[in-house]
Design a protein around this ligand. Structure first.
Ligand code: ADP
Ligand code: MG
Length: 350
């Protein structure tokens, strides 16, 4: 998955803070004209003439949001950027700059941080964003990484969570549930490894779901696609906490209800087969899994012809009046309420 670059372990204390920052950031390149001043001064300077600016931050904490026993640092750096860019795209905006702040304990050698920054730089290059600053400090235990992403959007293009209207179509990108299932596989292998460290797991049949957990992507392509299709969603959110939670945000903020069709939820074949193996319900996973970083949006009915043939976009339901409530229409055509504990609601059906 990741090459063990070297066995060298240079203590961070050999460098000191300023040399460390220099070392980690020296290969970062500025790509945007709007970045007037990047790393190196008291603050970055960004020029923005006509657009609106979106800003979003996420903080990832070792032991809470990631486990370094199966998350290579390069992937962690990549993912820390992705989770932020996903929020920018959910505003229908283009990401342009990020800042990266880290707190590290002395348990990490320089080589570990080089790996982390290799992942950050890869994501910054692929998604075309400039790393324009950050902060570096020590922590008494573990690693913290906080990324702030900055993006731009034409005033008329910005999409909020609260703009959905009754009868709008509920549309989702990609497929759901894979990242959570990938985590379940990794957790299981970690336990196996504890018992028998010689056991080399064969994870081929889980390649897609593990990749979705360890190397998620943000849907930059969808912002572009929507522009090309000349579709402006009425509301949008990224799926970080599971479909049911995100649908509830859209409904609550737009003051609406919804009908979501179980048989329309897009699932990868590997999600279906792994759910069978784990004896868990795939709908439950899609509703509650999280970390998919797909986009959930509502689209006016009149825009349906523009999206209907597109393999990236799946209609999974529609919005209703608030007093109708939020429902999952099951394969058996019974309606069950969508709750924050969709898990329980589904278990009751079985
Ligand atoms: P200050 O004392 O003003 O906080 P620092 O010495 O912490 O400045 O940072 C110097 C420069 O390096 C600033 O431009 C800052 O944004 C940048 N920087 C610091 N830490 C990081 C980091 N982990 N990643 C990227 N840039 C960083
Ligand atoms: Mg600082």
């Amino acid at each position: 998955m990741i090459e063990d670059k070297s066995q060298e372990r240079t203590p961070l204390s050999d460098l000191g803070e300023f040399a460390l920052i220099d070392h980690l950031t020296k290969s970062l390149k500025i790509k945007h004209k709007s970045t007037i001043k990047g790393i190196g001064d008291d603050a970055a300077v960004i020029e923005c003439k006509t657009k609106q600016i979106v800003i979003t931050t996420d903080l990832l904490v070792e032991g809470v949001h990631f486990d370094l026993s199966y998350m290579p640092l390069k992937h962690l750096g990549y993912k820390a950027v992705i989770v932020n860019l996903s929020d920018v795209y959910a505003m229908n905006a283009t990401a342009t700059q990020i800042t990266v702040s880290i707190a590290v304990s002395n348990r990490f050698p320089l080589e570990a941080l080089e790996e982390l920054y290799a992942g950050i730089e890869t994501a910054a290059n692929i998604y075309n964003v400039d790393v324009v600053g950050g902060d570096t400090t020590s922590s008494t235990s573990g690693l913290l990484i906080s990324v702030t992403a900055i993006g731009e959007v034409n005033k008329e293009d910005v999409v909020y969570r609260n703009g959905a209207k009754p009868n709008d179509l509920l549309v989702v990108t990609g497929d759901l549930g894979a990242a959570y299932l990938g985590l379940q596989v990794l957790e299981r292998e970690k336990e196996v490894f504890k018992v028998n460290p010689k056991n080399q797991p064969d994870l081929d049949q889980y390649s897609y779901i593990i990749e979705r957990q360890l190397k998620p992507e943000a849907r930059k392509d969808i912002v572009k696609l929507l522009k090309e299709l000349e579709v402006k969603p009425t509301a949008m959110i990224d799926i970080s906490d599971g479909l049911s939670s995100e649908i509830m945000h859209l409904c609550k903020q737009s003051k609406l209800g919804c009908d979501l069709y179980e048989n329309k939820i897009p699932l990868d074949p590997q999600v279906i087969s792994t759910c069978e193996e784990f004896k868990i319900d795939s709908t439950t996973i899609a509703l509650n899994g999280g970390e998919d970083y797909e986009l959930l949006m509502t689209i006016a009915q009149e825009d349906y012809p523009k999206i209907k043939a597109n393999p990236n976009l799946t209609v999974i339901g529609y919005m209703t009046e608030e007093n109708s409530g939020m429902h999952l229409v099951t394969r058996a055509e019974t309606k069950i309420p969508i709750t924050a504990q969709g898990w329980n609601a589904l278990n009751d059906q079985e």
